[in-house]
Design a protein around this ligand. Structure first.
Ligand code: GLU
Length: 427
């Protein structure tokens, strides 16, 4: 590994611990699969990154400049693909790491895309609808030269949603002079969005969890789950798990955590939140400390929030049998070392949360063809692709006697490496 340290991030990506984490993972995989050093040299850096000032008029009449980023890690397999994140912690290093993970995810799922990610450092909770619209449109305008249906296709991520995608689609369409739904995925259905896209990530997580439960020989009806995060991914995961008989015994969001060993009524919790109340005030459970949540005893632990939640500090305290990584990068490499010594079954992020980008691919294909599928087609195809990927990762892990994460990453990295080799180095 030492010899490889020249591949560690250069100052351009700052000292970003999250980008370091992504590169360290790549280095371990490279060693494992004996990756060509010339290919590693290329894969360890993003292809292209843009930093843009996004000045907007705030509602109070003052001008505020937000900083936006779009990083395209790879364009080898097709357009780059990945979400747009609105969160105060967004920086170049985080976006670059997330873009790299998107490359491995798309490759693992065999989608004709490379990886990208973008975002704006802001707190969307503190912005009005009008401010968010102005910020999104101005940012889209700034990144126009590097996005396109055949170049880079954004999608929702933390802090963004269908409405954000509608603004990006409209801004792009106004600029090119015709309606261009295929510029983004995760759009509203009436603008060419795909039925089931909103639920896709959570559904994919649950398809993987069902497979993992079968691996450890536990019936869903006898299983319990703890879910960190109750956004688009966490809430759908809870709902879909509950439908299959899994008891949800702990949930959290950015304002607090709740637990109930007898089970949390997920539909009632959804109604409670839809009524504008805080998750931590839900009457059907008791409020607990957010740090306590991850170490509750359960069958399945689902981190569905931010990166680096499971670290060397809490990894040895986990009391789950399955760790289903619905978030991107929730487990640090140090924590991974600890978990690999335990018998916790890990469903790594690039596999576990790949349902979102998979249905994004379906959406892009439908928009390009202007031929739309029904919901059962979408869900059936999603389940089929998720199960196939799960089985491939499982088989690779068994065959090479390596952890699930290494298996998933090596399948992804190997595919991109092969394509790069075939295409060659230009000029
Ligand atoms: N933001 C999602 C992810 O991290 C989805 C990306 C997409 O659909 O392009 O996988």
């Amino acid at each position: 590994m030492e010899a490889n340290h020249k591949h560690l991030p250069r100052p351009v990506y700052g000292d970003s611990p999250i980008f370091q984490m992504a590169v360290l993972q790549l280095l371990s995989v490279a060693e494992l699969i004996d990756l060509d050093q010339n290919i590693l040299e290329r894969l360890s850096k993003p292809k292209r990154a843009m930093i843009a000032s996004v000045p907007i008029r705030m509602d109070n009449g003052k001008t505020h400049t937000f900083i936006g980023y779009r990083v395209q890690h790879s364009l080898t397999s097709g357009p780059s693909k990945g979400g747009m994140r609105y969160h105060p912690n967004v920086d170049l290093g985080e976006v670059a790491a997330l873009a790299m993970w998107m490359t491995w995810k798309c490759a693992l799922m065999n989608l004709p895309f490379g990886g990208a990610k973008g975002g704006i450092a802001c707190d969307p909770e503190k912005l009005s609808m009008e401010e968010k619209e102005r910020m999104t449109r101005r940012f889209t305008e700034e990144i126009l030269p590097i996005i396109g249906p055949r170049m880079d296709v954004p999608a929702p991520d933390l802090g963004t949603d269908e409405q954000t995608m509608a603004w990006i689609m409209d801004t792009y369409s106004m600029s090119v002079g015709y309606a261009c739904p295929e510029i983004v995925t995760g759009k509203p259905i009436e603008l060419g969005g795909c039925i089931g896209r909103r639920e896709a990530t959570g559904r994919g997580v649950v398809y993987c969890i069902m497979q993992a439960l079968a691996e450890i020989d536990v019936q869903p009806g006898n299983a319990t789950a703890v879910v960190q995060g109750f956004g688009n991914v966490g809430a759908v995961t809870c709902q879909e798990l509950a439908t299959r008989g899994v008891k949800i015994i702990g949930v959290s969001d950015r304002w607090g955590a709740i637990a109930n060993p007898l089970g949390i009524d997920v539909s009632a919790l959804n109604k409670h939140i839809a009524a504008g109340k805080l998750l931590k005030d839900f009457p059907g459970a008791r409020a607990i400390d957010a740090n306590e949540l991850l170490t509750l005893e359960c069958t399945v632990l689902v981190p569905a929030a931010l990166e680096r939640q499971i670290t060397e500090k809490n990894a040895s305290k986990l009391r789950c049998r399955i760790l289903a990584e619905a978030a991107n990068g929730p487990t640090t490499p140090d924590a991974d070392k600890i978990l690999n010594q335990s018998d916790i079954f890990i469903i790594p992020d690039v596999l576990c949360n790949a349902g979102g980008v998979t249905v994004s691919y379906f959406e892009w294909v439908q928009d390009m063809q202007q031929f739309f599928w029904d919901e059962s087609q979408v869900n059936q195809k999603l389940e089929q692709l998720m199960l196939k990927a799960f089985q491939q990762v499982r088989a690779c892990a068994k065959e090479m006697n390596i952890p699930m994460r290494m298996a998933a990453l090596s399948l992804g990295v190997r595919k991109v490496a092969k394509e790069k080799k075939r295409r060659g180095l230009y000029p």
